[in-house]
Design a protein around this ligand. Structure first.
Ligand SMILES: C[S@@+](CC[C@H](N)C(=O)[O-])C[C@H]1O[C@@H](n2cnc3c(N)ncnc32)[C@H](O)[C@@H]1O
Length: 288
């Protein structure tokens, strides 16, 4: 029987034909960990253990999918986010590390408050409200998305973690979530923000597999979602409530101008782990 070390090395070297070596090694390791239900440490400790045939036999099919650039998270059906293991499908964006940082910022700023009311716009897998639900236990959480298929995944994730979330299917550009006016403490969104013209720069694992509805905005209006959500915030956030956005780093100053133009205060952009201005927060002092 082949050992765990051999199978990981074989998969890694196959993946090096399309990924940089370090990424290929990381994907191969995570695939084996998932199949054998091991932690990274256990995988290293058991590197010379034989891998049972029922696990080894699954690898050729998984490798073939990966070599077609299918993201590892879709191949396995799960993604890790803020300590949670979430179901993901091609209907949901794969949650990103920078979004974990957005969640971390909210937790830092809101952890002293109790009985929070939260709205997440464009919830996808439900990663943001689920991470907030684990850390802050909000009393009321509404999460909206245009995609019924994404919401079905988010509902399953919420049920797995025992979080009560009011999921609403709607088009945020033309419809308004059912939320009491001036009741929200937190309005958060990681909306679509990649310009259509950026398509040629994107890697095939994103472009060919992740949902276009989750990614793209038209070039003629990069702030389309931010404007609409910030306007909604003027009537849905309570005085002292806060707005949190993940943004396209090219539009940090325009996003801040948009927010100050709508009478938000303390509007700031923060760098993410890669040093890109991707996180924006602002406060609501006045009631519109
Ligand atoms: C960038 S993804 C973010 C998903 C998730 N919040 C995350 O951070 O991984 C944007 C989400 O917005 C949703 N969306 C796109 N257009 C929308 C619209 N007009 N109304 C509501 N949701 C929309 C997409 O279906 C997608 O789930």
């Amino acid at each position: 029987m082949p050992t765990l070390r051999q199978l990981t090395a074989d998969l890694s070297s196959a993946l090096e034909t399309i990924y940089p070596a370090s990424e290929a090694g990381s994907i191969a390791g995570q695939i084996l960990e998932h199949l054998l239900q091991l932690t990274p440490l256990q995988r290293r400790m058991q590197a010379d253990a034989p891998v049972p045939p029922e696990v080894a036999d699954q690898l050729p099919a998984l490798q073939a999918r990966l070599l077609h650039h299918e993201p590892m998270q879709y191949v396995l059906g799960v993604a890790h986010f803020a300590g949670l293991e979430l179901e993901v499908t091609p209907a949901t964006l794969i949650p990103r590390p920078e979004t974990e940082e957005l969640v971390q910022l909210i937790i830092e700023e809101q952890r002293h408050r109790s009985a929070l009311s939260v709205l997440d716009v464009g919830t996808g897998s439900g990663c943001i409200p689920l991470a907030l639900c684990q850390a802050l236990e909000p009393i009321r959480t509404v999460a909206v998305d245009i995609s019924a298929d994404a919401l079905a995944v988010a509902r399953r994730n919420a049920s797995r973690y025992g979080c009560e979330i009011d999921f609403q299917q709607l088009d945020i550009l033309t419809q308004t979530p059912t939320v009491e006016p001036h009741s929200l403490d937190v309005l958060v969104s990681n909306p679509p923000y990649v310009l259509e013209s950026e398509r040629p720069l994107m890697r095939p694992n994103v472009l060919n597999f992740e949902p276009a509805t989750a990614l793209f905005v038209p070039d003629y209006d990069p702030l389309l979602f931010y404007r609409r959500i910030a306007e909604l915030g003027t009537t849905l956030l309570r005085p002292g409530g806060a707005l949190y956005f993940e943004i396209n780093e090219q539009y940090a100053s325009q996003t801040l101008d948009l927010l100050t133009g709508l009478d938000y205060t303390q509007a700031v952009a923060r760098p993410d782990i890669f040093g890109k201005q991707r996180l924006v927060r602002a406060s609501r002092e006045k009631v519109a």
